[in-house]
Write a new protein. Structure first.
Ligand code: ATP
Ligand SMILES: O=P(O)(O)O[C@H]1[C@H](O)[C@H](O)[C@H](OP(=O)(O)O)[C@@H](OP(=O)(O)O)[C@@H]1O
Ligand code: MG
Ligand code: MG
Length: 350
């Protein structure tokens, strides 16, 4: 597990590759196919992820990307070593599940069942508060939250019974990639909850100084970036303000936050042992290799963090140096498959 920090900050571990002896095709400088990756992505995701630099670097390493025709049977396409996918809707879920049963030799990134779990904001965070992260230089919490499935008019009593404290962040219960599933509201009082449309999750707002940590995970690599977030809510505001207020996607900025003008107590990155422990636990529990974690530091604390969101196959194109991170990741998959003798095309001495 390797935690890499933002550019300009030390990497604590450099990937220890002993290099590889590769048989070059004398006819061309490009290497023989080492890994064939079939991809099924939305056009937006293809544009943001499969950028030309990644494709060129990958090709030089014998890694090729092949677009999957969603109108043809998947088993009639390929053969693939890896299927990389992120599409909307559930029909693709069944296609991939069926394909994986027929092609256990293909690495599916990532298994649909594992993805479904984090597409529900309740199951997404289930069990995180019980992680065994002792000796990891910090604490991981999850905000108190409750699900409102049908009727928000009665949720005022439910909120009181659950002991949730306002303000609350109201989030659509299901994440489906649509803009609607990212429409979030800040609710300041019980009565205003009736204005909200279920099914949703009501999650206690945690003051965190306006900075969020996006922890990107690519297999065993962890890359942390800072993003702008919502400002603290003062006690005066809590007393005076009533109603629900939709807020924009404050943290999905294209660029990270430059930390120079931030309070170091707010901007300091989470401790590496804590990130490594959290990602190790989540990798095991979620069964995912491509995800990011939205973490916030409880305002006034040094080492109490809250996980508020987990995203499958996020916007890696915004992650500094993402091309090399993915090349290393795919080469690792190729190595593992060669060792098992599972690669679609061989001819490469590792
Ligand atoms: N419990 C919370 N306490 C404080 N701020 C929060 C909380 N939940 C969400 N936020 C703020 O709202 C933003 C969006 O929340 P969240 O990440 O859960 O929504 P999302 O739609 O899944 O966003 P995305 O998937 O684009 O990261 C967070 O980046 C953070 O700024
Ligand atoms: O800034 P990031 O990379 O976190 O933005 C992500 C966002 O977190 C979600 O993962 C989005 O996916 P959905 O939740 O499925 O909407 C990503 O959108 P995508 O179109 O790139 O998959 C954002 O990039
Ligand atoms: Mg988020
Ligand atoms: Mg999200």
């Amino acid at each position: 597990m390797r935690v890499e920090e933002e550019e300009g900050e030390e990497d604590n571990m450099v990937p220890q590759t002993d290099g590889e002896v590769v048989a070059l095709d004398t006819a061309s400088s490009e290497q023989k196919e080492r890994l064939v990756i079939g991809y099924a992505l939305t056009s937006k995701k293809k544009q943001s992820f499969l950028q030309p630099k990644l494709e060129v670097l990958a090709r030089k390493k014998g890694i090729s990307f092949v677009s999957i025709d969603q109108d043809k049977p998947l088993s009639e396409q390929g053969p693939f070593d890896v299927v990389l996918h992120k599409l909307l809707g559930n029909e693709w879920h069944d296609v991939i599940e069926d394909y994986q049963k027929k092609h256990p030799e293909v690495t599916v990134l990532d298994p649909p069942g594992a993805i479904q779990r984090i597409y529900n904001r309740q199951s997404m965070l289930q069990g995180l508060a019980d992680l065994n992260l002792a000796e990891c230089d910090g604490m991981i919490c999850v905000p108190k939250q409750m699900v409102v499935l049908h009727d928000t008019t009665s949720s005022a009593n439910e909120v009181a019974k659950a002991g949730l404290k306002f303000p609350l962040v109201a989030k659509p219960l299901l994440v489906d990639g649509t803009a609607k599933s990212h429409q979030l509201f800040l609710a300041y009082d019980c009565l205003s909850l009736a204005e909200l449309e279920p099914p949703l999750v009501l999650q206690e707002f945690v003051n965190h100084g306006g900075v969020l940590f996006k922890v990107f995970v690519v297999g065993d690599v962890i890359r942390v970036v800072r993003r702008f977030s919502l400002p603290n809510v003062s006690n005066v505001e809590k007393e005076k303000v009533a109603g629900v207020f939709q807020f924009p996607r404050v943290s999905s900025a294209a660029a990270s936050v430059d930390k120079t003008d931030l309070d170091p107590r707010v901007a300091e990155l989470p401790p590496k042992p804590l990130l490594e422990g959290l990602v190790r636990e989540l990798r095991n529990r979620l069964g995912l290799r491509l995800f990011n974690i939205d973490m916030i530091r409880e305002h006034g604390s040094q080492d109490v963090f809250y996980v508020i969101d987990i995203n499958y196959f996020p916007g890696y194109g915004k992650m500094p140096d993402y091309e090399q991170v993915f090349i290393d990741f795919f080469l690792g998959l190729a190595q593992a498959k060669h060792e098992k003798g599972l690669c679609v095309k061989s001819g490469i001495e590792m």
